[in-house]
Design a protein around this ligand. Structure first.
Ligand code: GRF
Length: 200
């Protein structure tokens, strides 16, 4: 980030948005110097939109159904309007097009619930990831915060945190253990970006 520019975050979320909430809470507690400027969801009934309302953060439901011909342009229009300079993907189930990534000069973060580069790529989302980790007999897993480029899960890794995979873990149990750490490292990464300790 250029010096002295305050982070103005646009979150993209499709479902619960618990990672988004953890980051918003850290901003509200003055732990991160940033503004939660905008929330976009492709899912009109996502809890993320409910959270946006509760927090008084501008939010829009935009999807290929609401905007079949001009989705990217509409998203960019909102990002422009709210002066967004960084995108934080928080459980967003759609791929972002290059146009949107370029709008924020490649400053797009994602969190993945496994230790990339393992267990990433097409089809590796949600419980599929945790099932694959357990089936492969790995002894550890954990979240990865990374930059997003046009390839799935292949951008630069910014932060990871390990958790043990326990004997007889179910995918749900492993997911819960990883999610707890997601909430910590996503906020921590954004804090370090805001402080210039991580350069993106
Ligand atoms: C998390 O498991 C994250 O790793 C993945 O999507 C899930 C989002 O959860 N990218 P939430 O919506 O933040 O609760």
């Amino acid at each position: 980030m250029p010096n002295n520019e305050q982070l103005r975050i646009c979150f993209f979320a499709s479902h619960g948005g618990s990672n988004m909430q953890a980051i918003i809470d850290a901003i509200k507690a003055n732990k991160i110097n940033a503004i939660a400027a905008l929330i976009i969801s492709n899912n009109s009934s996502s809890f993320a939109l409910e959270r946006a309302k509760n927090e008084g953060i501008p939010a829009y439901h935009l999807s290929s159904k609401t905007n079949p011909d001009d989705l990217d342009d509409k998203i960019i229009e909102k990002m422009q309007m709210h002066k967004v300079n960084i995108v934080v993907l928080a459980g967003y189930m759609k791929k972002l097009n290059e146009k949107i990534i370029d709008f924020v000069k490649g400053r797009v973060l994602n969190i993945h619930p496994a230790l990339l580069p393992k267990f990433g790529g097409r089809g590796m989302y949600g419980m599929n990831v945790h099932k694959a980790v357990i089936e492969s007999g790995e002894e550890k897993s954990g979240p990865t915060v990374h930059l997003v480029n046009s390839k799935y899960d292949e951008g630069r890794i910014l932060k990871q945190m390990e958790v043990p995979v326990l004997k007889n873990d179910t995918p749900d149990e492993l997911a819960a253990r990883v999610l707890e750490k997601e909430h910590i490292i996503y906020a921590q990464t954004i804090k370090e970006i805001a402080e210039g300790k991580i350069e993106i």
